[in-house]
Design a protein around this ligand. Structure first.
Ligand code: ATP
Ligand code: MG
Length: 570
């Protein structure tokens, strides 16, 4: 298919992917009266993850790009066992946070229970559905396998009258759970297992979060899903590849029922991300087993977790655009997601100084009690962000890692006798390292400073190679910082049957409690982003209290993706 189209000026405006190409063609040929209606249909049985973001960006993006396009948010809440109000609340919050608004188009499959019931009755009336009284186990045995055809149920030839009567009595609560189901009457010999008389209704005495105890029979997902799309007038039902084999069944339902709207289903490859799992079932397992602190643990690939970690909606949208959509399954390196994040935070984050593992520095030739205010630029990428004053004094903290008693070659930071620049301030030279007599650990550095170097260079042309970040010891504030690594050691932890818990990275979180940051950060609001010079991007965690700020390291500065691109290897 030629997917290129030309606008009136002859400039190419090719759709950016095969789904958009199909839709452009449908619009051109006047299908659905040229309308585009898409939807995002989550089952409210967990929090949304980054894979869902791909689907949301795609569906909403397509609706927005096309004139008059409409986007629906629909909860596919047909299963009464799993749905919880908490998940509905979080899904709405996350879709909005990602930057998408459904307006009046919020729907629930459960709102269609009456209509779906009537559809089922119509199938029975047309001889296309029957009440089957085999047990669940028997139904499974009769279904056959990929290599073996199924066997027909002994109940398959019940009369229409008998089926209507039984189905009504199922609805009225006359039978126990599991005694009967309603099945579509299709083809037990079909090579597609989905077509072997699938169950479309089952008895389940369970309250539903919206319909309460009004129903004791519930439609199966496959029946409800495609018909909900049709009821809503969805023109393009975009879903992931694992539903390719369900399409014939969906088409069968829609054809049998002669519905006015027959959505066109298009499948694309789901997002897989390295070093994590994107399955609500597995993520729920991590939450339930206490492997993480909750759905919004900053190590989770959920939107709530990514948000708490410090991801911005812009960075996630940019990521989704970068990966695009295709028909072939692949695994995206998590480094690409981090790369998109850095690009966004680089523009957005105010630079500050924060010392994660403080080492005290005393500047012996700096007068006791003297305090200077030095100018520091807030973001070299954005002059509009202005500058701030930082406080310099006789006692500072620097990063422990920035000092070595026996420096290796090319260690351009501080060592006995060496000189470095302090960012936005003076050159200092280390005279002596004071050690704890018991442990032998270096606890303080005695240094001198050169008052002539306040501009960041020396009038005598003396060069220093290292520039360190620092904070004033008496003025800085103590904070907690949580550092993260990938949740799993294994780049591909998702394999079926694998032990999820055993695959976890035991070092995925490190909590530092005695970090020091500039006093200007007092009162920083949860969710605000900062770059701690040389240390990475950080975000204020909601666990912060008036007394103590808590930061999450969103991502370190080193960009492994840029390196992969540069060198062609990880
Ligand atoms: P999970 O496998 O995480 O449980 P799901 O498919 O069961 O996901 P749903 O709530 O049914 O979760 O998903 C809503 C929509 O999001 C569906 O249209 C589904 O195709 C899409 N989706 C789910 N996971 C991904 C993914 N990894 N990449 C792209 N789209 C996804
Ligand atoms: Mg699903």
């Amino acid at each position: 298919m030629n997917t290129d189209s030309k606008n009136t000026r002859g400039r190419k405006t090719s759709p950016s992917d095969f789904i958009r190409a199909i839709i452009a063609e449908d619009i051109k040929t006047g299908k659905n009266g040229g309308r585009v209606v898409t939807r995002f249909p989550p089952e409210p049985n967990g929090y949304l993850h980054i894979g869902h973001a791909k689907s949301i960006c795609l569906n909403f993006g397509i609706a927005r790009e096309n004139k008059g396009g409409v986007f629906h948010l629909r909860f596919d809440d047909t299963n009464p066992a799993k749905e919880e109000a908490e998940y509905i609340r979080s899904i709405k919050e996350d879709v909005r946070w990602l930057g998408f608004e459904w307006g009046d188009h919020l729907y629930y499959s459960s709102d269609y229970f009456d209509q779906l019931y009537r559809y089922a009755v119509r199938l029975i009336e047309n001889g296309k559905a029957y009440v089957c009284s085999l047990s669940r186990q028997e139904i499974r045995e009769y279904r056959g396998t990929l290599t073996k055809p199924g066997r027909e149920s002994p109940y398959r030839d019940r009369t229409v009258g008998e089926n209507l009567d039984l189905f009504e009595r199922m609805r009225d609560g006359e039978f126990e759970d599991g005694t009967h189901v309603l099945r579509a009457r299709i083809d037990m010999a079909s090579p597609n297992l989905n077509m072997r008389d699938p169950t479309i209704y089952r008895i389940r005495r369970q309250s539903h979060h919206r319909t309460g105890d009004r129903w004791c029979i519930y439609p199966m997902y496959d029946f409800a899903h495609c018909l909900s799309d049709s009821i809503e007038g969805i023109t393009h039902s975009i879903c992931t590849l694992e539903f390719e084999n369900n399409r014939p069944l969906y088409d069968w339902f829609l054809d049998q029922l002669k519905v006015p709207c027959h959505p066109r289903q298009i499948e694309f490859a789901r997002l897989n991300l390295s070093h994590t799992v994107l399955s609500k079932r597995k993520l729920l397992e991590l939450v339930k087993k206490g492997c993480v602190t909750g759905w919004d643990d900053p190590r989770m690939p959920t939107l709530a977790g990514l948000r708490r970690r410090g991801y911005t909606p812009e960075s996630i949208r940019a990521f989704c655009e970068t990966i695009g959509v295709a028909k072939r399954e692949s695994v995206v390196d998590i480094a690409l997601l981090e790369h998109c994040l850095r690009v966004d935070l680089n523009r957005r984050a105010k630079r500050v100084m924060g010392v994660l593992r403080p080492l005290r520095v005393v500047i012996e030739n700096y007068p006791e009690g003297k305090v200077e205010e030095l100018e520091a630029i807030n973001n070299p990428e954005d002059p509009g962000m202005g500058s701030r004053k930082i406080i310099f004094s006789r006692e500072l903290f620097i990063e422990k890692d920035d000092f070595r008693e026996d420096p290796p070659k090319k260690f351009f930071r501080l060592a006995p006798g060496s000189e470095v620049r302090l960012k936005h301030a003076y050159f200092i030279k280390c005279r002596e390292a004071i050690k704890d007599p018991q442990t032998g650990e270096v606890v303080e550095l005695r240094c001198t400073y050169d008052p002539e170097t306040r501009s960041g260079s020396s009038p005598d042309g003396r060069k220093v190679k290292g520039t360190l970040h620092w904070v004033s010891a008496p003025h800085s504030i103590e904070t907690e910082v949580r550092l993260y690594d990938t949740l799993f050691k294994d780049p591909d932890p998702g394999g079926e049957g694998g032990d999820l818990k055993a695959a976890l990275n035991p070092d995925s979180r490190e909590i530092l409690t005695s970090c020091r940051v500039e006093p200007g950060l007092v009162g920083a609001l949860p969710g605000s982003h900062y770059q701690f010079l040389r240390m990475g991007y950080f975000c204020v965690d909601p666990d912060s209290s008036d007394g103590k700020l808590v930061f999450n390291r969103t991502v370190p500065l080193r960009d492994t993706w840029a390196k992969i691109e540069r060198t062609g290897k990880g």
